[in-house]
Design a protein around this ligand. Sequence first.
Ligand SMILES: Cc1cc2nc3c(=O)[nH]c(=O)nc-3n(C[C@H](O)[C@H](O)[C@H](O)COP(=O)(O)O)c2cc1C
Length: 371
Amino acid sequence: MERGWSGGTRERKWEHVLACVWEDVESDASPLFECVHLVHRALPELDMDEVDTRVRLFGKELSFPLIIAGMTGGHPKTGEINRRLGVVARKLGIGIGVGSQRAGVEDPEVRWTFEVVREEYPDGLVLANIGLPQLREGGADLAVEVVDMVDADALAVHVNVLQEAVQLEGEPDASGFVETLEEVREAVDVPVVLKETGTGVSAEDAELVKDVVDGIDVGGAGGTNWAVVESVRSRAHGEAPVGRAFSRWGVPTAASILEVRRVVGPDVPVIGTGGVRDGLDVAKVLALGGDCAGMALPVLRKVLSEGVSGCVRFLRTVAREARIAMLMTGCRTVEEMSRVPIVVHGRLKEWLECRGIDPERVCSGDRRQGC
Ligand SMILES: Cc1cc2nc3c(=O)[nH]c(=O)nc-3n(C[C@H](O)[C@H](O)[C@H](O)COP(=O)(O)O)c2cc1C
């Protein structure tokens, strides 16, 4: 297995796509959306045509609160995937993130695999993406470069400490991250979003960064799990599959949204990604106090198996399901969703109790304000 920058990063990007498409790479634990019930209204006194799913995020309007979470780019074969995803996002008027642009910075030959997203979606919400370890090395210049590469509306700075720790070529030094975020925010003129990648953000983390970021993508546990992805790669390279033990690790997405919102208050956008699989999950992200949901793995699989039209069809269904949930809870706007009565039970209720969060307040309060 080749180590280091050139070639290595490129190949790894493609191996990630292959592992995610062909293998079972999801967490053995759940995002805990099944522990959230939106209280049904038999008399919502609302016409479904009146339901307005539009939201504004980082200066752009989305027709529906969903972002195709950053996944790929960096290998020539991923350029076509990103092009298709850009078209899907444009056709639906939703947001899109690119995958880590590390390879695009190191190797000008593959920059186009990221740039293609902006080309396909000139007016849409596009998020740049780079890891905190790379920013700690590359500093402000690197942050500016990745934002410029896709003319981004926001910069998603990802953390993936678990992945780095289990990855064959990983760099598990997770020190100095908060200071780096501060420097980056000074340097770029777009909002900076802290983005987890499948193990969630806790209240403690949110407390550390609440004054140095403009948004948090909780990237919670319960969907794609990078310890599992890396254990698949390890096996393929004839190495011991370190990482399987962490297949249930992390703050479940539903819990993470509540923990983070409580700390950051109503004005910092919170994106709920990690195990979002249908429109009801999207509705639950909003009901828990998230501004917008994010989805990665199902979108990748759909666009590769059924092309742009199949992927658009799938996401239209997701949008319709969320709209139905809004009708059934009597909500005209996305913002109203955070105030609908909910019931939490099972493992999510236990999680909240153990973390000193009163489940009753969560169920009856305005979760956008943080309960
Ligand atoms: C193939 C693939 C590649 C990914 N690459 C990145 C990446 O480069 N940067 C990043 O921030 N997140 C990356 N992610 C993580 C996703 O953005 C998302 O946080 C995670 O997959 C959880 O969402 P899901 O359960 O809907 O897949 C990737 C996900 C997939 C499936």
